[in-house]
Design a binder for this molecule. Structure first.
Ligand code: BES
Ligand code: ZN
Length: 457
């Protein structure tokens, strides 16, 4: 039977597949930093060439930002649109990396072999699991078991500014029966997963300005207003002592998760102590009285992502700063409306400003939560295919992170998304020493090969 031959081919080709991934990982495609613009372009070129090598008619498509890669296969069958992103997060703090983030390698660790480097997990390694599965099908069968198109983005890690205009301008070309997205994780090392809920994301930056220049904190201290103090007060007031967010109207549209879904989640046996213990913590810090897994998958948050003001270099300086800044993000669930929350948040900040402090707001994206419709039989087929590959049956899970495109595929293209990925929680995505287990890569490729086969039946 051809699936067995395809799986064997994947096993034999693993060293070569790993080399191809290492090649892609050497290209520092950091989308948020303009210094890496030409590298993003190079990563897109590399992918175009690689897709062409497996018979996909791929092209690099310019946007106002980084290019998209779009490709179409010519096989018959259900039309699947695969999405992944080739851009990566910045690498700072660089001094905490144990190797050059863009000189990736397969390392031996006590827990097995890992591919170490920026983007190994998020998302180059994951996106190549699908490409390699297609390569194996083509090598063995001469064709793919479905009509597959590719849509690879280079701006996911910087808020996807070109995405919506691109989808709108290419609606007909990108239409498909189902989107496949490989940018999520497994539930644990043994349990594969299909992610059915993603949180939305609202990004805000505030710049508070007081005096017209930095002042001497002795000469002016006490009489001049201090923007860091005003900012600290605003930040401290964003949560109440139950850990709830205080922005007026914030919880509008947040629904309780149905009992049967909560029961399924409880059955997964999430161990919060272990989860926190791995990152040096002991105590869930969110809203009081909420189940820990539930807080990650189904409750909204307000997080402080960065804060800056005054003198932050070595040594000490008695400065009364002119300016203070903060970057704040909100994870959203259910029907929460990002634009309403932005308005309400900004009004709340304005109301708290002392005399002589002004505020400037910068918009860092706004996307609602998304819930996948899993009524398409493809979901059950994929769940069974995943269960055949891994020790435990696949679970339907939520995810705390955000992949705004899943929502746009539905609202702009009218297509549902199936989110399957093989990342583990210790992959250190966005952090120093990011890695992808060689097992995730190998069994991830095998999983997609099985899913392609199952969807064609
Ligand atoms: N792959 C992640 C999303 C993710 C993380 C899904 C964890 C499931 C679990 C994605 O690349 C990402 O990091 N997205 C950003 C949002 C983007 C708009 C900057 C995020 O979630 O912060
Ligand atoms: Zn990602």
């Amino acid at each position: 039977m051809s699936l067995d031959a395809v799986l064997r081919r994947i096993d034999e080709d693993l060293p070569a597949a790993t080399d191809r991934l290492l090649h892609l990982l050497r290209i520092p495609s950091i989308s948020t930093d303009p210094a890496y613009r030409s590298d993003c372009d190079r990563a897109a070129d590399w992918l175009v060439d690689d897709l062409r090598s497996i018979g996909i008619d791929a092209t690099k498509r310019p946007t106002a930002g980084h290019p998209m890669v779009v490709g179409h296969g010519s096989d018959a069958g259900r039309h699947l649109l695969f999405y992944g992103h080739y851009d990566v997060q910045p690498v700072d703090p660089l001094n905490l990396w144990e190797r050059d983030p863009f000189d990736p390698a397969v390392e031996e660790t006590p827990a097995g072999q890992v591919i170490r480097g920026r983007g190994a997990s998020d998302d180059k390694g994951q996106l190549m699991t699908f490409v390699e599965a297609c390569r194996a099908w083509r090598a063995v069968q001469g064709s793919l078991p479905a009509r597959v198109s590719f849509f690879l983005e280079g701006e996911e890690e910087s808020g996807s500014p070109s995405l919506v205009p691109f989808l709108e301008a290419n609606r007909d070309e990108l239409g498909a029966d189902l989107c496949l997205i490989c940018d999520t994780g497994m539930f644990d090392r043994e349990t594969p997963a299909i992610t059915t809920m993603l949180r939305g994301l609202l990004g805000e930056e505030l710049i508070l300005t007081g005096p017209s220049r930095d002042l001497h904190s002795g000469a002016y201290g006490g009489i001049a207003v201090n923007p860091i103090r005003a900012l600290a007060r605003i930040i401290a007031s964003l949560h109440d002592d139950q850990g709830r967010v205080t922005v007026p109207g914030f919880y509008d549209g947040v629904a309780e998760v149905p009992d049967e879904v909560q029961a399924q989640w409880r059955a997964l046996g999430f161990d919060a102590e272990r989860f926190l213990g791995e990152v040096g913590l002991t105590t869930p810090a969110g809203e009081t009285g909420r189940d820990p897994l539930h807080t990650i998958w189904a409750r909204p948050t307000c997080e402080l992502n960065g804060i800056l003001g005054g003198y932050t270099g070595d040594g000490f300086k008695t400065v009364l700063p002119s300016e203070a800044r903060a970057k704040i993000s909100f994870r959203l669930v259910g029907q929460q409306d990002p634009l309403k929350i932005r308005q309400s948040f900004r009004a709340m900040v304005q109301d708290m400003l002392p005399s002589d402090i002004s505020v400037e707001f910068h918009d860092h994206g706004a996307s609602p939560a998304s819930h996948m419709d899993i009524s398409d039989p493809a979901f059950e087929k994929a769940r069974r295919a995943l269960s055949d590959e891994w020790p435990k049956d696949a679970a339907f899970i939520g995810a705390g992170g955000s992949i705004p495109i899943a929502g746009y595929f539905k609202t702009i293209l009218g297509v549902d998304s199936m989110l399957i990925g093989f990342a583990q929680e210790d992959n250190a995505i966005h952090s120093p020493n990011e890695k992808y287990d060689l097992e995730s890569f190998h069994k991830g490729i095998r999983s997609w090969a099985r899913i392609l086969d199952a969807l064609a039946r």
